[in-house]
Design a binder for this molecule. Structure first.
Ligand code: HEM
Length: 183
């Protein structure tokens, strides 16, 4: 965001909605990185308990968005409720994460435009998102092919790295701006 300074020049502020806000870009991108981390840990847990195919279809799970609303579905499934829950929550949280990543890249283009590293890293994260969702789909439809599962993990790591870079880059930038501007 730009505000006019004493000389009439547009000076950048780093807050999300102007100088009075306590929320900065790095809070949003940090939250998005943290949720990515949780989704990854949940994915590893899903894999570790052998639940990768506990929702055998995609994007629904046993043909429904919420299998736990249909008691017969879970009871008749060849997996435990915990296995189905882990995979289902992994997918659901990944869905919510998609919106957080989208919000982060929009905020980066709007408020961090001068920081090319931050904008580039956030843009990389959003560019990798469709690939990651597609690989998530393939893990199920291709029955956990090792190359697909490895690809899914690799892209997850890249997304986390990109979001961490955006967070640290904007945090340093904001501190530098504050030091130079005497905030
Ligand atoms: C940004 C979104 C996502 C991230 C960051 C992510 C990350 C991960 C990670 C790190 C693992 C563990 C891999 C391993 O231990 O080798 C995993 C597992 C898995 N993910 Fe995702 N995932 C995402 C979205 C999805 C989506 C949309 C699906 C849709 C079906 C999905 C399906 C799976 C499955 C089935 C596994 C278990 C694979 C196995 O049993 O080995 N993921 N995910």
């Amino acid at each position: 965001m730009s505000t006019p300074d004493a000389t009439g020049t547009a000076a950048r502020t780093t807050r999300l909605d102007g100088v009075r806000s306590a929320v900065s870009f790095h809070h949003l991108s940090g939250l998005t990185a943290a949720v990515t981390y949780v989704v990854m840990v949940l994915g590893a847990y899903t894999s570790a308990i052998g639940a990768g195919l506990s929702c055998p279809d995609w994007p629904t799970c046993y043909g429904t968005w919420v299998p736990f609303l249909h008691s017969g579905v879970v009871a008749d499934a060849p997996y435990t409720a915990v296995q189905i829950f882990a995979e289902w929550v992994h997918r659901g949280l990944a869905f919510a994460l998609g919106f957080l990543i989208l919000g982060t890249v929009i905020a980066a283009w709007r408020w961090q435009r001068d920081r090319r590293l931050v904008v580039g890293a956030a843009t990389l994260a959003v560019a990798l998102l469709p690939l990651q969702v597609y690989l998530g789909r393939l893990t199920v439809t291709e029955l956990l092919q090792p190359v697909v599962v490895t690809g899914h993990l690799s892209v997850a790591l890249l997304i986390l790295l990109a979001l961490s870079t955006a967070t640290v880059g904007s945090w340093f930038g904001e501190r530098t701006d504050a030091a130079v501007g005497g905030e």
